[in-house]
Design a protein. Structure first.
Length: 761
């Protein structure tokens, strides 16, 4: 048991105590993944438990893969037989075998959020409802919340409290939409993400023989990140472990940050009530961060009342104090952040990938991105538009899905006239309505299209069904790659994309080629025993945001929301936008419960940092198109002052570093450190020179003038740039422009419709 030698005492306890209910409270950076993986390896190697009898649930495919790889190093190929993966992937696998009990085909389609919203949009239109009131995002969130609380559409419609709530929100037809949505999904043989858990609960409740079979199969149940489970997930794990009682949950209540997704922190806070003989093990030694970072984080989270008490500590070096960056505006904040990264790279020989910039909302990235680009610092945004969300990719995937499940209405609507084949929305609606009225499947209606649509359209639809039948034969005979390529070519999608020689068209064609590369990789991966198209589609549908990240050049600064950063770690972390109403969010300040979740989110952000942590805030920021004065976040005050230093202060004028010019300095000599020092000194000198410029204070009577008659030679005043002289006025384009030479800022070209100039002469 050499793997036990490198564990501390609480970690070892978490590995070897395998019988009965156990809760492992794992502080940030305490090695919980190591404990969980060694625990599974210990069960297999020392306790003789068959991997088929172990269920291990995670929240990302990346975490599951990392754990499986580690276990395989200890026990060998047997690790492949574990039931390990995300809640959604594991129970999708089970439902493939058991779906017939619920009336679904084993080849049911899994709808992603875009597919779901598209179907909701269609239903809202069919019901004649106002799509400005019943917005797809709002309806989707409401339905998702109901399913996560295991409220069926039948219960939803019968509940007077829910009905009253919808009526007070001016959405009285929400229940009807929910009912129609569920019926449409069922008829299409489709489940959305929430259905994978909702239907698993249904399966176990309505078919106790099935539940009993899995209760005896899964002799050991383990759940990672238990603080992030919702009611539906909690109930599944409780049912599965009810017979053997060998359930082990691992998590940290201080990192419970997903209430908006339905996560319930009470699952971990009250776990002991379910299991009176529960064994609690606390992992409190942090191996990730410096002492200053660990203790700063402790000083923050201790302000929360709802928590499981623990004392996180570390033997790591003391490290730097936290740096506080103060800026005049959000644009200046971005520039100061970029400057700090540039300097740290030069002084400490760091790479871009050693830095992460975290923020509360995605909208904060704009100013930061601009500053990074200006400083030629490469970056990537995690959680932006993912590869599989691109239109051309979703078009191909819809063809693949419909070939496997010809009752998938969402995919059918997407592809029936793609490429264009003269089948309009009216014909499509007639087919759908016809299948409803005749009580036949969508596929049957398509094969008898002449009963529902006239002449040419009917013939085109029959040609379409013939093509799909041909694709079905290919899927049966070939692996995922061969079948996908045949469908992409046979559908005409590849041909149309190849014919478009615009920059966008070439990019779209290359994206589809990249999709085919992904399918090929899936087929050639020896770990994937099932090479079918269905297996490939299930894998990519269940990918999480971070899992989707494929980057040829990994040396980039990472930008992401704090929610996306959970579970990750970086040498240097910068938390941007530390302002009231932004972080904590204005929407999370109405109750102690919400505010404590925001504080836990801040705790998560702090504990992502290994060696250096910076916090930045701006005194003014554009929010929703308006300039707003800001004040520092209350969370800054939560940190014990002895852990913070104020290093970067408000500049009189935003600093712009020009690395391209600096790069033209004499070539570096063998002393790399000396050269880096010279660069930094040059930057500081440039900064000192620029900071001498005075920020303009507008005249007391400042008010924008009518600039319709503005002419060259006039003296003007600008709120930010100060006084200047008009050099020329250009009225040739759609918008009138003026070139103005400002005393302190040089020549600027301004759009007069936005510039707000005061004319002084």
């Amino acid at each position: 048991m050499e793997y036990l030698e490198h564990l501390n005492e609480p970690q070892r306890e978490g590995v070897v105590n395998t019988e009965g209910p156990t809760m492992i409270i794992a502080g940030a950076g305490s090695g919980k993944t190591r404990v969980l993986t060694y625990r599974i390896a210990h069960l297999i190697r020392e306790k003789g438990v068959d991997p088929f009898n172990i269920l291990s649930l995670t929240f990302t495919n990346k975490a599951a893969k990392e754990m499986r790889d580690r276990i395989e190093k200890v026990v060998g190929a047997e690790a492949k037989n574990l039931y390990m993966g995300t809640f959604h992937s594991v129970f999708a696998r089970i439902l493939r075998s058991e779906a017939h009990h619920l009336g679904y085909p084993s080849s049911f389609t899994i709808l992603d959020s875009d597919d779901t919203k598209s179907l909701i949009r269609t239903i809202v239109k069919e019901l004649g409802l106002d799509d400005k009131i019943y917005k797809p995002n709002v309806v989707y969130s409401r339905i998702s919340g109901a399913k996560n609380r295991l409220i069926s559409w039948q219960s939803y419609l019968q509940n007077p409290n829910i009905k009253a709530e919808d009526e007070s929100n001016m959405k009285p037809k929400m229940g009807v939409i929910y009912k129609t949505y569920c019926e449409r999904c069922f008829k299409s043989g489709a489940m959305d993400f929430d259905d994978l858990l909702f239907n698993t609960n249904r399966l176990f409740k309505e078919h106790t023989d099935v539940l009993n079979r899995y209760q005896h199969q899964f002799q050991h149940v383990m759940v990672d990140e238990f603080q992030d489970t919702n009611y539906s997930q909690y109930l599944i794990t409780k049912k599965l472990s009810a017979v053997k009682q060998n359930i082990c949950v691992v998590g940290d209540d201080a990192q419970s940050i997903y209430a908006f997704r339905g996560a319930d922190i009470q699952n971990i806070l009250n776990f002991e009530k379910d299991y009176p003989d529960l064994k609690v093990i606390k992992l409190e030694q942090n191996y990730r961060s410096t002492k200053n970072i660990v203790e700063a984080a402790n000083s923050v989270i201790e302000k929360n009342k709802a928590q499981l008490k623990k004392d996180v500590w570390t033997t790591n070096e003391e490290g730097e104090l936290l740096t506080l960056i103060k800026a005049a505006s959000d644009n200046e904040e971005g520039k100061l952040i970029a400057a700090s990264i540039f300097e740290d790279k030069m002084q400490n020989k760091l790479r871009n990938m050693d830095f992460a910039i975290l923020y509360r909302t995605n909208s904060q990235s704009r100013a930061i991105e601009e500053a990074l680009r200006r400083n030629d610092i490469k970056y990537k945004i995690v959680g932006g538009l993912s590869f599989y969300s691109r239109k051309e990719i979703k078009d191909v995937l819809a063809y693949l899905r419909f070939t496997l499940n010809t009752n998938d209405e969402t995919s059918f609507r997407r592809i029936i006239n793609l490429p264009k084949r003269g089948i309009g929305p009216t014909s499509v609606d007639k087919i759908i309505v016809g299948s409803e009225e005749q009580n036949i499947s969508l596929w049957e209606a398509l094969n008898h299209s002449n009963q529902f649509v006239p002449g040419r359209a009917a013939n085109q639809i029959l040609d379409f069904t013939t093509m799909i039948k041909r694709f079905k034969i290919e899927v049966e005979k070939k692996d995922a790659y061969q079948a996908a390529m045949e469908i992409a070519k046979g559908s005409g999608l590849l041909r149309d994309l190849y014919a478009d020689k615009s920059i966008e068209g070439i990019s779209r064609y290359e994206n589809v080629q990249e999709l085919m590369n992904a399918v090929q990789d899936f087929v050639e991966n020896s770990e994937n025993e099932d090479k079918s198209l269905q297996a490939f589609l299930q894998e990519i549908t269940l990918l999480t945001g971070v899992d989707n990240d494929k980057d040829d050049d990994p040396d980039k600064v990472t930008l992401m929301t704090i929610h996306m950063a959970k579970g990750l770690e970086f040498k240097n972390v910068i938390i941007a936008g530390m302002e009231e109403d932004l972080f904590p969010s204005q929407m999370m300040m109405n109750s102690r419960k919400d505010l404590e979740e925001e504080r836990r989110l801040f705790y998560v952000a702090i504990t992502r940092a290994e060696t250096k942590l910076s916090l930045s805030y701006a005194l003014s920021r554009y929010r929703f198109g308006r300039l707003k004065n800001c004040e520092p976040s209350r969370f800054i005050d939560d940190i014990d002052a002895k852990y913070i230093k104020m290093e970067r202060r408000l500049q009189t004028k935003p600093v712009e570093f020009m690395p391209a010019k600096i790069g033209r300095q004499p070539a570096p000599v063998s002393n790399g450190a000396g050269y880096a020092k010279g660069l930094v000194q040059g930057m500081k000198k440039q900064q000192a020179q620029k900071s001498q410029l005075k920020e303009h204070v507008p005249s007391a009577d400042f008010a924008p003038s009518d600039t319709s008659n503005l002419e060259a030679g006039m003296q003007v005043e600008h709120q930010k740039f100060g006084f200047g002289q008009v050099v020329e006025v250009d009225k040739t384009g759609a918008n009138t422009k003026a070139k103005v030479n400002f005393a302190n800022f040089g020549e600027k070209t301004l759009l007069l419709s936005f510039a707000k100039l005061k004319i002084h002469s």
